[in-house]
Design a protein around this ligand. Structure first.
Ligand SMILES: *[C@@H]1O[C@H](CO)[C@@H](O)[C@H](O)[C@H]1NC(C)=O
Ligand SMILES: *[C@@H]1O[C@H](CO)[C@@H](O)[C@H](O)[C@H]1NC(C)=O
Ligand SMILES: *[C@@H]1O[C@H](CO)[C@@H](O)[C@H](O)[C@H]1NC(C)=O
Ligand SMILES: *[C@@H]1O[C@H](CO)[C@@H](O)[C@H](O)[C@H]1NC(C)=O
Length: 275
């Protein structure tokens, strides 16, 4: 006449506590399920919130992307001074072709031979900035199938006056201008419209710097930039990394605490029902 399955009657515990024990186990089971459900619900909400939060409002703003990444103040200054920032933002808002930006770090600019930027007029400075921008979105994997030379936004759109080549090996992408060769060292931003890649050298176009051989300065650059790049990479990785791991850690701790709680509850229940 026991309402619960036979399995509970085959226990070797004294019969006087069998019925109570069965009911107790059943109620513990319900409590446990309720707690587990509550816990999973919280975890689910936490995960959803974390995924939804980073979604930006409104069109992508190239200046904001670079400001957020840090270490691109010179490039931002150039983008603003040449009013290319405004143009890019309106391109991002109005076209669906996308954009790819190779953003040189502040270090890349300070590694240039002194006076390099001032050696060209403002018209050419504008071309230099445009040379770092491709009027098409390239993901890292799309570079692998891109055919050289790539068109940049410098010069007239189709005359190939400012060509840029990429070479890839797996996920490693190198950008070469004929004057400099720069590995893409980091993806700063990437969505379905815009990709921004960090380069640790200013991409000097052949058309402006091909004959002046400024290669000496960039060639010396890697030594001072490397340690700092590693520090920066660490910093850049830590916010998302640490927040992820803290979520995981707190979930794990919370799960452990719940387990301890439930085990204690079960033990106490058995003790009470049998003695
Ligand atoms: C982009 O952001 C900068 C500052 O971060 C701001 O000055 C500029 O107005 C913004 N542009 C657009 C189109 O929202
Ligand atoms: C984006 O473009 C739409 C029209 O295409 C315009 O109404 C809106 O003001 C633009 N937004 C910005 C921030 O430029
Ligand atoms: C990129 O350039 C570096 C030298 O700067 C070279 O060692 C490496 O092999 C190149 N990688 C590719 C994919 O071209
Ligand atoms: C870029 O690639 C094209 C096509 O492969 C080649 O003709 C040209 O010499 C390359 N230029 C540079 C600077 O590597």
């Amino acid at each position: 006449m026991h309402p619960l399955p036979d399995i509970y009657n085959t226990t070797s515990l004294p019969t006087t506590c069998n019925k109570n024990l069965s009911l107790l186990i059943f109620s513990i089971f319900l409590t446990l399920m309720a707690k587990l459900f509550h816990f999973l619900l919280l975890l689910f909400i936490q995960t959803i919130t974390a995924q939804v939060a980073p979604a930006p409002a409104g069109p992508t703003n190239i200046t904001q992307v670079l400001e957020k990444a840090g270490q691109f103040t010179t490039f931002i200054k150039l983008l603003k001074a040449t009013q290319i920032a405004d143009r890019l933002n309106s391109q991002l808002n109005n076209s669906n072709q996308g954009l790819t930006v190779f953003a040189p770090t502040d270090n890349a600019f300070s590694s240039l031979k002194a006076g390099t930027l001032n050696s060209i007029n403002s018209q050419d400075q504008m071309q230099l900035v445009q040379f770092h921008i491709l009027p098409t979105l390239y993901t890292i994997s799309q570079f692998q199938t891109a055919s050289n030379p790539l068109h940049t936004q410098a010069g007239n759109s189709d005359d190939g006056e400012y060509p840029l080549n990429v070479t890839t090996s797996g996920n490693q992408v190198n950008v070469s201008t004929g004057v400099v060769n720069a590995p893409v060292s980091n993806t700063i931003f990437s969505d379905n419209q815009l990709a921004v890649y960090q380069v640790d050298k200013v991409l000097l176009p052949m058309a402006l710097f091909g004959s002046t051989a400024p290669a000496a300065a960039p060639a010396e650059a890697p030594a001072p930039t490397k340690p700092e790049k590693n520090v920066r990479a660490g910093e850049a990785d830590s916010p998302s990394g640490s927040s992820d791991s803290s979520v995981d850690a707190s979930s794990a701790v919370s799960l452990k605490r719940k387990t301890v709680e439930v085990v204690t509850f079960v033990a106490a229940g058995i003790a009470v029902s049998c003695f």
